[in-house]
Design a protein around this ligand. Structure first.
Ligand code: ASP
Length: 293
């Protein structure tokens, strides 16, 4: 099997205001990307690397996913996540999880241990805990939305990762606490395969932003299919869907990270300063940033 150029791209949500992101988020992204690059260099599978990267972000408490998840209008954390493997075409997702420690691992259990793609709510969560998903003992004290004066009180911090491994396999994962103050039971784009997350044999994508718009426009899959069917570059397809459809027409905010089978790294954002990102590949050193314009 041909050796591909391994690549990892990670995001920590859209950035809407200059200077409000603390150094700790970028340091975290750097650490996660560095570890993921080492794992890919050693021959790890893309889906394993994506899950580990997202777990690192979920456990940090610094972003709106896992430990640092935002609360809904009732003051309760309800988390969404999904994982897709490009080579197998399999995916797993969870929505409105209140107790699982790592929603991305729960999504993997859905993919690997059940005949389903999406499990939701308290009954879905009970099923997953029964299948081995770790639950936190006291959700009200474990989950603490990240807040400080430098951090925006709402919105950003959804996390995601896309990877291309040495064997040419692609994977994508996304995890979020969803929009702060959302109605109880609201599910965003992050656990919707084709909207917030997508991977096939050519592309892997993870999105962040106004989830309703990303669902309505099937953003992640639309970018991949536009690139495939039209023969345009992945960056052109992402710029069109994010910039024109989400940005200009919908007047919504959002961003996407993506990688292609050939190792093309794509970052695109609309109506925001950028996306908190990090990437590295066989030939590219670890790079982190948050502004795209
Ligand atoms: N897309 C996420 C959601 O709608 C939120 C975000 O990315 O900031 O749940």
């Amino acid at each position: 099997m041909a050796e591909e150029r391994y690549t990892i791209v990670v995001h920590g949500g859209v950035v809407t205001t200059r200077g409000r992101w603390t150094h700790s988020q970028l340091a975290l992204i750097r650490a996660v990307v560095t570890q993921a690059r080492d794992q890919l260099a050693a021959g790890a599978a893309a889906s394993d690397v994506v899950v580990q990267a997202v777990v690192g972000l979920e456990d940090s408490g610094l972003l709106n996913a896992g430990k640092g998840s935002s609360r809904n209008a009732a003051g309760v954390v309800e988390m969404d996540a999904s994982l897709m493997e490009g080579d197998t075409g399999n995916a797993g997702a969870v929505a409105a999880m209140r107790r699982v420690k790592n929603p991305i691992k729960a999504a993997r259990i859905v993919m690997e241990e059940t005949p389903h793609v999406l499990l939701v709510g308290s009954t879905g969560e009970e099923t997953l805990i029964g299948l081995g998903a770790e639950a936190v003992g006291d959700p009200a004290s474990y989950f603490k939305p990240y807040r400080d004066l430098e951090f925006e009180p709402t919105g950003p911090g959804t996390v995601g990762a896309v990877a291309l491994d040495r064997r040419g396999r692609l994977a994508a994962g996304t995890s979020t606490g969803g929009t702060s103050g959302k109605l109880p039971g609201r599910v965003g784009d992050s656990p919707i395969i084709g909207a917030g997350t997508f991977a096939d044999e050519r592309y892997a994508l993870s999105a962040t932003g106004s989830g309703e718009h990303f669902i309505l426009r099937s953003v992640a899959r639309d970018i991949a299919m536009r690139s495939e069917y039209r023969g345009s570059s992945l960056q052109e397809a992402a710029d069109y869907v994010i910039g024109r459809l989400i940005g200009d027409i919908d007047q919504a905010q959002g961003a996407v990270i993506a990688v292609s089978r050939s190792g093309e790294i794509v970052l695109a954002a609309a109506n925001v300063l950028g996306v908190c990102y990090g990437y590295a590949s066989e030939s590219k050193a670890v790079t982190v940033g948050m502004e795209l314009r």
